[in-house]
Design a protein around this ligand. Structure first.
Ligand SMILES: [Zn+2]
Length: 417
């Protein structure tokens, strides 16, 4: 198959001059083509998978009616495509593909514990026959991270990133072997491990008001912490159930006659929590000593002060505080038992300062997310809830700026420097 592809101007993916006589960047004619030949054309003829021939046709100015300079240079090239991708199933485990980036960096990111390893990224080389032409080199971030293997024989190879003890960023170049020609790069973020951070899970009810009793089908402490660990491993943060966790009988549901506030809500012994009652719960937390606190209550009865927008008024989100430390999240179980595994890590994401790109003004990330995952800091109703039953995936993925942000913020809940 011969496809002749006409392009205006040289299209050079690498920095070595294509008009080198031997392929070496030192072996280029000193002849100044651009000044003498202004009217250039470049043709690429694709000869087969990975191979092409470039033809440069150069036209100089006429110096009289009949004579015009004309020159042709041809060079056969091999087109090699190198891509860094998530190992399938690792889309939310510390990898950001280049197509979701929101900063200037054009290259994918991978994270690693500065004192451990990660296996989340693979290199893909097209055509596979060119795999042995590619080598990896870590060109910055000495002491932060290394990557293996560095040489390849297959189209897809899983890579292992090894932290070398220093936090910071490293850059890995995929080069044409034994040259300085860079085909693609990978950014590596080596982070200090944070944690395990103790999460106290306090299941609160009021024995004087039986309607406040929690339903029996909510997540176990272990399931809650597992959901947290799954989301924040990409930021090198881990959690554990704090020993102060448990079920607490707190007298919060007022037994006085119900009254109507200026905001229109009714407080009283109604089995639900109003804003003023919430303060009596948090004031009771003296014995709740965990670094991070999760308070689970039956139902929100305050649609003004503790809600998002209708029809979500029974699900309180009180996760975010911009100043640190702010260490508690309050959850209502009704009617959102199932998505608690989604909402709890999302709210603790706010407690950990997310999202870095808070483009809705509410510290949520409105940008794209990678195929195969959904982002944790997506705003709105969680997947699998009554209002949003069809969204297939719980949010898990964080962009690389959020790895950094939450890892930094996690210092406040640990004793790590
Ligand atoms: Zn949120």
């Amino acid at each position: 198959m011969n496809i002749k592809n006409k392009r205006g101007g040289a299209n050079r993916p690498c920095s070595t001059p294509l008009l080198s006589r031997t392929g070496s960047p030192e072996d280029v004619s000193a002849y100044d083509f651009p000044d003498r030949f202004t009217d250039r054309e470049v043709y690429a003829e694709f000869l087969g998978p990975g191979d092409a021939e470039l033809t440069f046709e150069l036209y100089g100015p006429k110096y009289d009616r009949r004579h015009r300079f004309y020159a042709v240079a041809r060079q056969k090239i091999r087109v090699v495509k190198v891509t860094f991708k998530a190992i399938p199933g690792s889309e939310h485990k510390g990898f950001e593909p280049d197509n979701t980036l929101r900063s200037e960096e054009p290259y994918a990111w991978a994270s690693v514990d500065k004192n451990s390893t990660s296996s989340v990224v693979r290199i893909e080389i097209e055509p596979s026959l060119a795999a042995d032409m590619i080598e990896l080199a870590v060109v910055s971030g000495t002491g932060c991270a290394d990557i293996t293997p560095k040489n390849f024989s297959a189209a897809n190879t899983e890579l292992t990133i090894t932290g070398q003890g220093d936090a910071g960023n490293a850059i890995v170049e995929a080069r044409i072997k034994n040259t300085a020609l860079v085909c693609e790069c990978l950014n590596v973020m080596a982070l200090s491990k944070r944690g395990p951070i103790g999460v106290g899970i306090y299941r609160v009810w009021d024995s004087r008001s039986p309607a406040t009793a929690l339903p029996t089908n909510i997540l176990s402490d272990a399931e809650i912490v597992a959901a947290m660990n799954e989301r924040f491993a990409q930021a090198q943060i881990t959690f554990e159930v704090d020993g102060s966790s448990g079920t607490y009988d707190v007298q919060y549901d007022n037994l006085q006659a119900p009254y109507t506030s200026s905001n229109g809500w009714t407080a009283g012994s109604d089995g639900m929590v109003q804003a003023e009652e919430l303060s009596s719960i948090t004031a009771n937390a003296a014995s709740w000593t965990a670094a991070l606190k999760l308070i689970i209550l039956r139902a929100n009865g305050d649609p003004v002060n503790m809600h998002r927008d209708p029809p979500y008024s029974t699900m309180l989100i009180e996760g975010f505080q911009s100043s640190t430390p702010f260490n508690h999240v309050v959850m209502f179980t009704e009617p959102y038992v199932r998505p608690l595994a989604q909402v709890i890590p999302h709210e603790f994401g706010h407690t950990l300062g997310l999202a870095y790109y808070n483009d809705d003004g509410g510290f949520h990330d409105l940008g794209a997310w990678p195929e195969g995952s959904e982002k944790l800091m997506r705003p709105g109703v969680p997947s699998g809830s009554v209002q949003n039953p069809t969204f297939p995936e719980f949010g898990r993925w964080l962009r690389h700026e959020d790895w950094r942000q939450s890892n930094d913020e996690a210092r406040f809940y640990t004793n790590t420097p």
